[in-house]
Write a protein that binds this ligand. Structure first.
Ligand code: 8X3
Length: 254
């Protein structure tokens, strides 16, 4: 797709206030999409939308009414949506199953799984109506693997991946493509949120390795969005060279 082909096409990015979502919003805007940045933090997405010539819509993906309002607000911007990036989500806690915190599990299920379900279901008619829709769901390597202490997050990410992959069959014959992007360690607010603002603990996740940065993932999403409409990139796993499957890292001495 050239910039002119994506001109005036609408791309909705959830979790656009920081990290992978923010970088993806910038990347899609540079490709010529009109980007609708969605998140809870109004000040962040309004500044981003101003900068990239897009639109900010404040919505919490765990809130039914907010997602319904998002769909209505999109009607006034454009009748259709060409690209949906399901990026909102995250982790809370790193407790073993024996000490599992049910509130953390509920939060992870609500944001990663039901959040993706709510937004996807609400925007599906608009994606179909575009005649050339694309849904990118940012899952994680946690959608394919398990690791000690990660059960709440890996369970939610496995479920989010299953939801996304199910649509690949259910939408067969409809003009909507589906891509799952599964990143490994990306240095964003992810670990800060997981560890409830404990910066030292968050930093230790990336100590001695060279993690991915948000733009590394956004570049891949931009590549996917720029493929011609007959090409469906089903899944991409992307992790740092310093990370192998199942929680193994090459950590250099600090
Ligand atoms: C997060 C992946 O490797 O940081 O989605 O646990 S990792």
């Amino acid at each position: 797709m050239t910039t002119s082909q994506s001109e005036n096409r609408v791309a909705v990015v959830t979790g656009a206030s920081a990290g992978i979502g923010e970088a993806t919003a910038r990347t899609l805007a540079a490709l010529g999409f009109h980007v609708v940045a969605v998140a809870r933090r109004a000040d962040r997405i309004e500044a981003l939308a101003d900068e990239i010539g897009g639109t900010a819509i404040v919505a919490d993906v765990t809130d039914d009414a907010a997602v319904a309002n998002l769909a209505t607000a999109l009607d006034s911007i454009a009748g259709t949506v060409s690209v949906l990036i399901n990026n909102a989500g995250g982790a809370k806690g790193l407790e073993p199953v024996a000490d599992a915190d049910l509130e953390n599990w509920r939060w992870m299920w609500e944001t990663n799984v039901l959040g993706t379900l709510r937004v996807t279901r609400a925007l599906l008619p608009k994606l179909v109506d575009s005649g050339d829709g694309l849904i990118v769901t940012v899952t994680s390597i946690a959608a394919f693997e398990t690791y000690d202490g990660g059960s709440g997050y890996t369970a939610a990410k496995h479920a989010q991946g299953a939801l996304h992959r199910t649509l690949r069959g259910e939408l067969l014959g409809k003009p909507v493509r589906l891509t799952e992007i599964a990143p490994g360690a990306v240095e964003t607010e992810f670990s800060l949120v997981r560890f409830a603002g404990d910066q030292k603990r968050a930093d230790s996740v990336y100590a001695g390795i060279t993690p991915l940065v948000a733009q590394d993932v956004a570049d891949v999403i931009g590549f996917v969005a720029a493929r011609p409409s007959h090409v469906n990139v089903d899944q991409i796993v992307i992790r740092p060279r310093d990370q192998a499957p199942n929680g193994r890292f090459n950590r250099r001495a600090q």
